[in-house]
Design a protein around this ligand. Structure first.
Ligand SMILES: [Zn+2]
Length: 113
């Protein structure tokens, strides 16, 4: 599954950060997931226990922050939620869009001690 691979890569990234920051224990990680990132938040949540199983992050919590997928129409300048509008401008029906937000898939916070 796509999401499991993403999470496994993040576990490695977080492991590197935790060593640099000399964190003894991680309690929670916060991920920002954009609606246009192609990642399904509920899959991330259901894959998480498998991704951290037998790693130093076992028993940590995952918190997701969903970033709305906002786009601007390149033809008329309207700004709207691209996901809600089915990737089409609600004003002029153009599909010539620029994503303003919602593509992110980033580790926002690592809470540890
Ligand atoms: Zn438009």
């Amino acid at each position: 599954m796509h999401e499991l691979g993403i999470l496994s890569a993040m576990v490695k990234t977080i492991e590197t950060v935790a060593k640099q920051e000399q964190l003894q224990r991680i309690e929670k990680i916060v991920l920002q997931v954009g609606e246009l990132s192609g990642v399904v938040p509920s899959y991330l949540e259901s894959c998480y226990p498998a991704a951290v199983y037998k790693t130093f992050m076992e028993n940590t919590a995952l918190e997701l922050e969903i970033v709305p997928g906002i786009a601007r129409c390149n033809d008329c300048g309207a700004e709207f939620n691209a996901v809600a509008c089915d990737l089409q401008c609600p004003e002029c029906a153009s599909q010539n869009l620029t994503a303003l937000s919602g593509r992110e898939l980033v580790i926002k916070e690592i809470q540890g001690c």
